[in-house]
Design a protein around this ligand. Structure first.
Ligand code: KIV
Length: 288
């Protein structure tokens, strides 16, 4: 079994030009498959709001939900670098809130790092969490928690004005003490520039290939989420189709009486005649 990575390993990977691969996963079962496959990192993301809970966005996700899901992921993947995702409202009101909630992830869910969305606007929170000794992953560009103010899930940095704001956010996150940066939904040129200029690992989702690694949602990459498919995702297999197929077979077999078959049944131990005698004796008890 591979040794669990540390933040230093992520820096070594960057130095060696080895891409880091992470996936967004919310439960123990899929986490165990990710660990078996050799995933470098797992993000227990607040996209659980859409994928697991069926909301339109990530805003309703709470700290308690995030912690419970992170705990499941940790149990399923005890040797994989785990990032807890600070949900909306967990770090917006005050620096104290930000540190207290980051500490909860560390103490209650045994995470290796926490991620929070935003640049200049949350630099004070990043700084406080980092100063408290925790590893912070920044996340800028298309930040789903603020999609309402962006007018939807829209790529950022496509104009020079917008690219300037993304670059300013990247600098603020780095200067505040984030140890890595995730860029979401930005043109490859903008990501490549930030990657070239920053000394910390820069990862991308929908940000092109010129960075230190990639993250995808398992629900997208494994073909499970049907409501919306971002342009930047790739489907590596179709678990959704396999699941629908398996479920239809199950429904049909039960209705036809083909399931359960003899091999799925427990056998009585003892003389069948004794059981018949017992059933006959107990039958009066069922009389109304
Ligand atoms: O919650 C999430 O899935 C994320 C990814 C988009 C990186 O933050």
């Amino acid at each position: 079994m591979a040794k669990k990575k540390s933040i230093l390993d992520l820096y070594k990977m960057k130095e060696n030009g080895e891409k880091a691969v992470w996936m967004v996963i919310y439960d123990s079962l899929f986490a165990s498959y990710a660990e078996e496959a050799g995933m470098d990192m797992i993000l227990c993301g607040d996209s659980m709001g859409m994928i697991v809970y069926g909301w339109q966005g990530t805003v309703p996700v709470t700290m308690d939900m995030s912690i419970a899901h992170c705990q499941g992921v940790r149990r399923g993947a005890p040797n994989t670098y785990l990032i807890g995702d600070m949900p909306f409202g967990a770090y917006h009101a005050s620096v104290e809130d930000a540190v207290r909630n980051a500490v909860r992830f560390y103490k209650e869910a045994d995470v290796d790092a926490i991620k929070l969305e935003g640049g200049v606007a949350v630099a004070d929170k990043i700084e406080a969490i980092a100063k408290a000794g925790m590893v912070v992953f920044g996340h800028i560009g298309l930040t789903p928690q603020s999609s309402a103010s962006m007018g939807g899930f829209k790529a950022q940095g496509r104009t020079t004005d917008s690219a300037k704001a993304v670059i300013e956010d990247a600098i603020a996150v780095w200067k505040a003490g984030a140890r890595t940066l995730l860029l979401e939904g930005v043109p490859e040129e903008v990501c490549a520039y930030v990657h070239k200029m920053l000394p910390i690992p820069v990862y991308g989702i929908g940000a092109g290939a010129d960075c230190d690694g990639q993250v995808l949602l398992a629900a997208d990459a494994l073909g499970m989420y049907k409501n919306f498919t971002p342009k930047f995702t790739k489907k590596y297999c179709d678990i959704g189709a396999i699941a629908t197929h398996g479920m239809s077979d199950y429904i049909r077999e039960v209705k036809e009486g083909a399931f359960p078959a003899p091999e799925h049944k427990y056998k009585i131990s003892g003389d069948p005649a004794d059981f018949q005698k017992l059933f006959d004796e107990m039958a009066p008890l069922f009389e109304g």
